[in-house]
Design a protein around this ligand. Structure first.
Ligand code: AMP
Ligand code: MG
Length: 482
């Protein structure tokens, strides 16, 4: 098998039993590879070109494990919609960490690979639709230049999974810089084993923040780093109108990658209260709640490592609280800069916030598409709504502001083109592609994937992919498909 060039290391398996259960994927009856990410394989320096579909199916179902893997399910906990639960990989196994030619380390994980000791009542399996959805959206988020886990393959298992209906079973191969979550720290903290907590901090720093290895204040510095990467992440989501949908602490990665694509979706018309997930009854994870929820999750992370921040608990709490309390200032600064980039305006002006908020208010009041508004400002969308007087007046203000600080049209266009996607995964297009794929026709999902690969480019003949779903009486809803 090593013609593929797997280079497995298994550092997570060497951590103590509290961190994981060694377990193999449960073999499946009739695996069939459905989609495979050749480009990603190449980036990982893996070569599957000499394998036929049967061999690929066997590998990516877990029926034939690559040499040197030590497969395991990771333990973690999480606040799910605010309630603390001990969780763990209930339907996933980590094969190990593959090391690419540049010595980058990537977790290779199967999702939907069978029961583990963390499965609770679940069957350990996943359905085809949700796994393809994760594949599609994670690849789209990557193309939008937002940190994320990636998707290497989806295999149909040839077995049915029981949900509300009988569905096709499937396994997704997920690639992540690691699967260490806020919830991983919560799990270890809940066991009250300081030695393990220290181990986890060291392991995380070695893996993600090696610049902190010789720090005298590792836990404190780690908290500061995680705050930074999470602010950058949520700013990126806000930039493109992405709504994660289930920002539980077990779905927040310490590396700052977007992880766990369940009921996520992109906002079409601008409304800060937008929620798509059918189970998010109170809008906890609504578009505009994502920053405060990020902060809330970071506070849960801080609580876990308090004992390592300082010997004096009071002092440690003060230090951590000061960091967390600064979230809002950093976020607001970065948000303002991000919005200025979307508008292509340089430098600072006292009225910038007002200019931005006036535009957002107009979009909200008139239910105007978020992505397409910025496309209009880039001169590539001329929908009727943008001929409204109120908008033209706003545009005049924006044009005046655009000329300040030695800006030029060229400079402005370049910044805007880098920050405003011309295409996002439109909800109705995603649904259409997935429902066709579930019937066995992959043409639509492949086409959608290929268009979403270059969201910042001008592509021809993709008008139908730019139009938001027609307003219908039924609100778009996503389901926590498992
Ligand atoms: P998620 O909502 O996907 O983040 O999952 C939350 C928790 O439920 C994780 O611990 C999962 O491993 C577990 N889980 C989700 N679906 C299943 C399933 N079908 N079988 C077992 N565990 C599951
Ligand atoms: Mg999860």
């Amino acid at each position: 098998m090593n013609k593929v060039n797997w280079k497995f290391d298994n550092t997570y398996s060497k951590l103590s039993k509290s961190f994981r259960e060694l377990i193999k994927p449960t073999p499946v009856h009739n695996p069939e590879i459905i989609i495979f990410n050749h480009q990603l394989a190449k980036n990982l320096n893996l070569d599957f070109s000499r394998l036929n579909n049967e061999e690929l199916s066997n590998i990516f179902s877990g029926n034939v494990l690559p040499k040197d893997t030590i497969t395991l399910a990771q333990a973690y906990a999480g606040h799910q919609f605010g309630h603390f639960t001990m969780l763990g990989d209930g339907r996933a196994v980590l094969l190990g960490e593959h090391i690419d030619n540049n010595k980058n380390r990537y977790d290779i994980q199967f999702k939907g690979s069978g029961r583990t000791s963390f499965s609770r009542g679940g069957d350990g399996r996943a359905a085809l639709g949700p796994m393809l959805r994760e594949y599609l959206i994670s690849e789209a988020i990557h193309a939008l230049k937002i940190p994320t886990t990636r998707s290497l393959a989806v295999v149909k298992t040839g077995e049915k999974v029981v949900r509300e209906n009988l569905l096709e079973g499937a396994i997704l191969t997920r690639i992540a810089s690691s699967h260490i979550r806020v919830g991983t720290f919560q799990y270890i903290a809940a066991t009250q084993n300081i030695e393990n907590l220290n181990t986890l901090v060291d392991y995380t720093i070695n893996r993600h923040y090696p610049e902190l290895i010789s720090s005298k204040f590792k836990a404190f510095d780690l908290l500061e780093k995680v705050i930074q990467v999470q602010i950058d992440l949520v700013i990126n989501w806000m930039r493109v109108g992405f709504i994660h949908g289930v920002m539980n602490t077990d779905n927040m990665s310490i590396s700052g990658e977007t992880i766990d694509y369940g009921p996520c979706a992109f906002m079409d018309h601008y409304d800060p209260k937008t929620v798509f997930s059918s189970i998010d009854k109170f809008g906890r994870y609504a578009y505009s709640n994502q920053p405060p929820i990020t902060k809330w999750n970071l506070a849960r992370f801080a609580e876990c490592i308090i004992p390592l921040i300082d010997k004096s608990e009071d002092y440690a709490i003060k230090l951590a609280t000061d960091l967390i309390d600064n979230f809002q200032n950093i976020y607001e600064d970065k948000w303002l800069n991000m919005m200025k980039d979307k508008l292509g305006i340089l430098g600072k002006d006292k009225d910038d916030k007002k200019l931005i908020n006036d535009l957002l208010d107009w979009m909200k009041k008139n239910k105007v598409d978020y992505t397409n508004t910025f496309c209009n400002l880039m001169g590539i969308n001329s929908d009727e709504v943008f001929k409204k007087k109120e908008f033209i007046n706003w545009k005049n203000q924006w044009n005046k502001r655009s000329k300040l600080n030695n800006s030029t049209k060229e400079k402005q266009s370049k910044i805007m083109a880098e920050n405003n996607p011309k295409i996002i995964p439109r909800n109705h297009k995603v649904e259409e592609a997935l429902s066709e794929a579930e019937k066995g026709n992959l043409d639509k999902i492949k086409k959608l994937l290929s268009i979403l690969k270059n969201p910042y480019d001008n592509q021809n003949n993709i008008e139908e992919y730019k139009i938001p779903a027609p307003p219908s009486s039924k609100k778009y809803q996503t389901f926590c498909g498992t």
